[in-house]
Structure formats: structure tokens, C-alpha cells
Design a protein around this ligand. Structure first.
Ligand SMILES: [Zn+2]
Length: 450
């Protein structure tokens, strides 16, 4: 009989976010740090079933059931432990061991832990290198970017020199070629020679939420291209699954968390006392990143250039996050091209003011709409009214809807009655088609047993 190791059970549990899983069975609404909904295990009219994203547990104040994601699935699907593990492992794309595969799994786990070690050694090696007299050009750059020593230490910022010294250090410590190459810190060329991947770059280690070293960003010191070289994805690193700076931000208050595009934005804000900030590692926001954010904070402030190129993709990403139950705001900054420049120019107090007045996704969409239309023109004004009605019809909360309609009416000089009329028209036609669809839809299997 095959038994699951404690590590595997933990991996399966932590890879299945409880809010995500329960959302497939129960409609959850956020209130403070927790989510609430109608308990699927007893009949009730007002929600007493709560889910905590921080603790990754659920509890019903009505009937007293509770536990973690494994307990929930086992109970709601009526499965035994082994079946529950299979379902959750499958959901998270985790391979469950068979007798033949456990040798392979052990080998892979060993290699992973070696790569974490190598990355940490590299981070410390580059960091110490930064202070050496031979690293003058990096020290000049640090001065130019106004990074202070406390920041350098917090992020373990470093400098990769001109030789293949890291490779020699790793060899000397006894790491095998396989392990060194798996870390991506060293490359092997056609002649079989080994060379450090990063040279003459400012080295920014990327850590996961638990502080493990998983990758590096390397920035050039001058204006040459490419500006950044990053570690490729490998056995420990997958960029869409991580957020730069989360391990550091987590040490402080992350009720609100600001997400910026570049490492330098995050580092620069941190140095000026704004510590609830992470960077998205250059990708459009992914669902996994959304889950990390939701787990650690109540409100997500999007601090990147959502007005610029790739606007449609950004908006889609934000909608995904919103649908996952994240409360999203969009930061509006003027007079600087990014948060780094802004905070240097105007200081942290003014930046904080921008954070406090960040706008909702609905307001942001209306704003973008307005940019592309001339509402002095009658046709454009009608089009504007139609499109804002589309946006507002999706807002479930009536009070929220009223607030938006008030604001839009004042700001764009359209009567409230006209907006309400359009919105209600849409809601009416949507409800009609929905109720038809509902009849055709088969009920969800899991609900049948209650
Ligand atoms: Zn209950």
C-alpha cells in the first residue's frame, strides 16, 4: 500500500487555494479578511459559512463544520482520503507517486534543493562582490539610482563581475555539473566550456513568498540593450507563479498591496517607506499571481501603466482578478513615467495620496472609454452612454452601482435617469435570457446530496 509523505500532502494542500476550490461549490463574497457564503452542508438563508484565505480554512457558524481544503472536498464530494488526494493533485497538476516513480521523484526533489542552495550562494556571492574595489562601475550606478545600503542589504542586491568566478566557487563547493547547469546560473558552450550567465550586471535576486532564492534579474549598468537578462524558467522557477518582493512585503502590513511592473519600482518605493509593494516580473498578471495576492491582502492596487500599450490585455487580466474575488484599484499618477520616478520627484507622502485615491475597475473602464470618444459629438455621446451601461450592468451591488452612476452623471454631464434607463434595459434582457438558460442547465452533481 502506497502512503503519501507529509511533504506531498502539504504540497497538494497548499497548491489548492481554499477560496478557489470552495468557489466552485459556493458563491463567496469578501467581507474584511474573510469570505462568506451560504453553507453547503446545512440549509440556511443568511450566510454563516466563512472561508479564511490567510489560514486556508473554512468554518460554518451554523452547523459547526470546518477544516482545510482536503476536509472540504472530502465532505462535499463524499470521497475517502485517497480519492480526495487524487482529485486535488489532479486539479493542481501534481503527479502522485507510483512505486516506480518515487525514485524519480526523490531525485528531482534532491536536484531542486541543490538548485535553491546554488541560487542562495550566488546571491550572497554577488552581493559581497558589489562592495569590492573592483566593482566601481556598479557602485557608481547604485549612487546614481540613489539606493541606500539598507535597501541593498534587504534585497541582497549584487554585482556580477567580468570573469567566470561563480562557476569556480560552485565547483569548489562540490556541486556537480548537472546541478550547476540546472540552476541556469552557468552556461555550457559548444566547446564544453562553462561560463557564468550574468556578467557586469546589477544582480537582483528573486525570492519566492517563503524567501527561497529562485531566480535573478540582471540589469545593465549603462544604456545598452537588453536592459534586463532574467533567469530562464527552470526546475525551481516559473515566472507567472511568483511575485518579486512578496517575501519582504509580507513582513509588514499588506492589507493593501501595490503591484508594480519593474523590480526597480518596487525597490525604490520600499526604500522610501512604502513596503507593501511587489513586482509582477514583467508578465501580464496571471491567475496564480492573483491567488498569491488574494491570500496576502484585501485590496490590490495596480501600479502600472495600464493606460499604455497592451491596454486590452491589461484590462482582461484585471477582470480575471476581479472575478477571482480580488478587490482591485488602479493607481493614477501624473507627472512621472513610473512609480520610481514619481516617488523620487514628489516623495512618498504624495505617492501615498495617489494610492489612497486609486480608482475602481469600473471607473477606470469609463475613463478609457472617454479617452477614445468625443462626447461633445452627439453620436459619440450615445455610444458612450451605451457602453457605460454595459459596464454598469455587470455591477451586482446596487449601492455601488448608484455611487458610480452619481459620479458619472456629474463628471460627464449625462442625466442619472438616462443612465438608469440604459442599465435597466440591459439587466432586464439579461435576466430574461438567463432564466431560459437556467432551465436547460443540469444541476451540479455535488449539490444533489444535500
Ligand atoms: Zn453549515
Amino acid at each position: 500500500m502506497l502512503r503519501y509523505s507529509e511533504e506531498l500532502i502539504e504540497e497538494i494542500r497548499s497548491s489548492n487555494d481554499i477560496v478557489d476550490v470552495i468557489s466552485q461549490y459556493v458563491i463567496l463574497k469578501r467581507s474584511g479578511r474573510n469570505f462568506f457564503g451560504l453553507c453547503p452542508f446545512h440549509k440556511e438563508k443568511s450566510p454563516s459559512f466563512s472561508v479564511s484565505p490567510d489560514k486556508q480554512i473554512f468554518h460554518c457558524f451554523g452547523c459547526g463544520v470546518g477544516g482545510n481544503v482536503i476536509h472540504f472536498v472530502s465532505k462535499i464530494e463524499n470521497l475517502d482520503f485517497r480519492e480526495t488526494m487524487e482529485l486535488l493533485a489532479n486539479r493542481a497538476n501534481i503527479q502522485l507517486p507510483t512505486l516506480q516513480s518515487s525514485y524519480q521523484d526523490n531525485k528531482r526533489a534532491m536536484l531542486k534543493s541543490k538548485v535553491y542552495e546554488i541560487n542562495e550562494i550566488a546571491a550572497k556571492f554577488y552581493h559581497e562582490n558589489l562592495y569590492k574595489p573592483t566593482s566601481k562601475e556598479a557602485q557608481e550606478y547604485i549612487k546614481k539610482r540613489k539606493l541606500d545600503n539598507r535597501t541593498l542589504k534587504s534585497f541582497l542586491i549584487g554585482y556580477s563581475g567580468t570573469s567566470d568566478e561563480l562557476y569556480r566557487v560552485l565547483k569548489q563547493k562540490g556541486y556537480t555539473e548537472e546541478e550547476i547547469l540546472a540552476s541556469s546560473m552557468v552556461l555550457k558552450n559548444e566547446n564544453g566550456r562553462f561560463a557564468d550567465r550574468f556578467r557586469r550586471r546589477l544582480m537582483i535576486p528573486i525570492q519566492d513568498a517563503n524567501g527561497k532564492f529562485i531566480a535573478f534579474g540582471g540589469r545593465v549598468l549603462d544604456d545598452s540593450k537588453p536592459k534586463y537578462i532574467n533567469s530562464p524558467e527552470n526546475i525551481v522557477y516559473s515566472k507567472g507563479r511568483n511575485l518579486f518582493g512578496l517575501n519582504i512585503a509580507k513582513k509588514g502590513d499588506t492589507k493593501k498591496i501595490i503591484i508594480v511592473e519593474g523590480y526597480m519600482d518596487a525597490i525604490s518605493l520600499y526604500q522610501r517607506g512604502i513596503t507593501n509593494v511587489v513586482a509582477s516580473l514583467g508578465t501580464a498578471l496571471t491567475e496564480q499571481q492573483g491567488r498569491l495576492l488574494r491570500k496576502n491582502s484585501e485590496q490590490i492596487i495596480i501600479g502600472y501603466d495600464a493606460d499604455g500599450a497592451g491596454q486590452a490585455a491589461t484590462l482582461r487580466g484585471l477582470e480575471i482578478l476581479q472575478n477571482m474575488g480580488c478587490d482591485i484599484r488602479i493607481l493614477q499618477i501624473y507627472g512621472a513615467k513610473d512609480p520610481d520616478e514619481f516617488v523620487i520627484k514628489y516623495g512618498p507622502e504624495r505617492f501615498q495620496k495617489c494610492v489612497d485615491s486609486a480608482i475602481s475597475l469600473v471607473e477606470f473602464k469609463v475613463k478609457i472609454l472617454k479617452q477614445n470618444l468625443n462626447i461633445e459629438n452627439v453620436n459619440d455621446k450615445i455610444k458612450f452612454l451605451n457602453e457605460i451601461a454595459q459596464i454598469l450592468a455587470k455591477v451586482d451591488n446596487d449601492i455601488e452601482k448608484e455611487v458610480y452612476i452619481d459620479k458619472i452623471s456629474q463628471e460627464y454631464k449625462i442625466s442619472k435617469e438616462a443612465i438608469y434607463a440604459e442599465v435597466n434595459k440591459l439587466i432586464y434582457s439579461r435576466n430574461n435570457t438567463n432564466s431560459k438558460k437556467h432551465v436547460e442547465k443540469a444541476p451540479i452533481k455535488s449539490f444533489l446530496s444535500f
